[in-house]
Design a protein. Structure first.
Length: 356
């Protein structure tokens, strides 16, 4: 365009030939004024400095990447996200500690984001289906079994995991097969150490429910009722009840199982004990602010031949096809009494809670 203009053509003719606006031609003609064309740099450059004013220094970025690499390889919990990196930098006493968002931008800029961002919608408050839980007056422990973990050689390993609803108090045990005896021993030791919750929640596995013949109830249910803990069984194929324990099941497989090579089950138990202790230490603020747990009876001795305390309830959740609000009903336990509501713009089915 500049050469065509210098060949005695008007600005309007140059703009028409090159299909550009007249102002664009004026800009480049002014840019090359008084210079030879072979000495003019026509590359378009941004105005301002080459380095943004708010960009982190290179030494800070290298330090963030170094701490992330260390946490990815050495962290017991397997946490190496922006929050974990910032906490580690503060513990090391670094003077220049970026904010969480700055650390996230540095990780993203270096292409270290391992999964794409998912759109998450607002969920129900924890324990939305029971009044005592949603008001944070009582605590609930959720338990589940993780199957399908194998050592080299084909030996299966199962994990019996448990976590509290409000305090995130963790309990995890590894064994070749999770039996009723292991479940009862684990619950006894865990509750004897940290106290009894009001509710304990399981899925519909037969190891928890027991035999389905007649009106019989299993040993795990009778054990819980003997301590005054109310068992809750969630609705099959329904999300929302076991979210916290299911999320932890996925976390422990990703952060614990897939990061280590275990030769035998003894080595698994040793590393799992460290993982549980580190998790409890990190969740200590939530554990201290959670609802108080009842004391474990001092002279308690469970006799399987005696009938359980039938004044307590066993809760089983069921859904109806009505869309709109949910509704909880109970005949024996007032804490599971009528409660209804709508959270956000999402639609819910009616939930009827039966007690036995």
């Amino acid at each position: 365009m500049v050469a065509f203009y210098r060949a005695k053509h008007s600005l309007r003719d140059v703009a028409k030939v090159f299909n550009e606006s007249k102002s664009t031609v004026q800009r480049w003609v002014k840019f090359a004024a008084g210079k030879r064309l072979d000495r003019v740099d026509f590359s378009d450059q941004k105005s301002g400095t080459s380095r943004p004013a708010n960009k982190s220094f290179e030494r800070v970025e290298k330090r963030v990447l170094s701490v992330r690499h260390y946490l990815k390889e050495k962290s017991i919990l397997g946490l190496y996200g922006p929050d974990a990196i910032r906490s580690e930098m503060i513990e090391r006493g670094y003077r220049e500690v970026p904010s969480r968002q700055t650390i996230a931008n540095i990780i993203k800029r270096y292409g270290l984001v391992e999964r794409r961002v998912r759109i998450r919608y607002s969920s129900h408050p924890p324990g939305w289906y029971l009044r005592d839980l949603v008001n944070k007056k009582e605590e609930l422990d959720s338990f589940d079994i993780v199957e399908g973990l194998y050592l080299r050689g084909g030996q299966e390993v199962q994990l019996f995991n448990g976590i509290s609803l409000h305090g995130s108090l963790l309990c995890s045990v590894a064994s070749r097969v999770i039996t009723v005896e292991i479940i009862i021993d684990t619950l006894t030791n865990h509750w004897r150490t940290f106290g009894l919750p009001k509710y304990v929640q399981f899925d519909n596995g037969m190891v928890f429910q027991g035999t389905r013949k007649g009106n019989a109830i299993g040993r795990v249910i009778r054990f819980c009722l003997s301590l005054g803990v109310i068992p809750i069984f969630t609705t099959p194929y329904r999300q929302g009840f076991q979210n916290k324990i299911e999320r932890f099941n996925g976390e422990i497989q990703q952060k614990f199982w897939r990061r280590k090579y275990f030769k035998n089950i003894r080595q698994i138990k040793q590393h799992l004990e460290k993982y549980v202790l580190e998790h409890r230490l990190r969740q200590q603020p939530n554990i201290l602010t959670a609802p108080r747990r009842k004391k474990f009876p001092k002279n308690w001795n469970w006799d399987e031949t005696t009938l359980p305390n039938l004044t307590n309830a066993m809760i089983i959740g069921q859904w109806t096809a009505f869309a709109g609000h949910f509704f909880c009903t109970s005949t024996l336990d007032q804490s599971a009494g009528a409660c209804g509501g709508r959270f956000g713009k999402r639609r819910h089915s009616i939930l009827h809670i039966k007690t036995f």
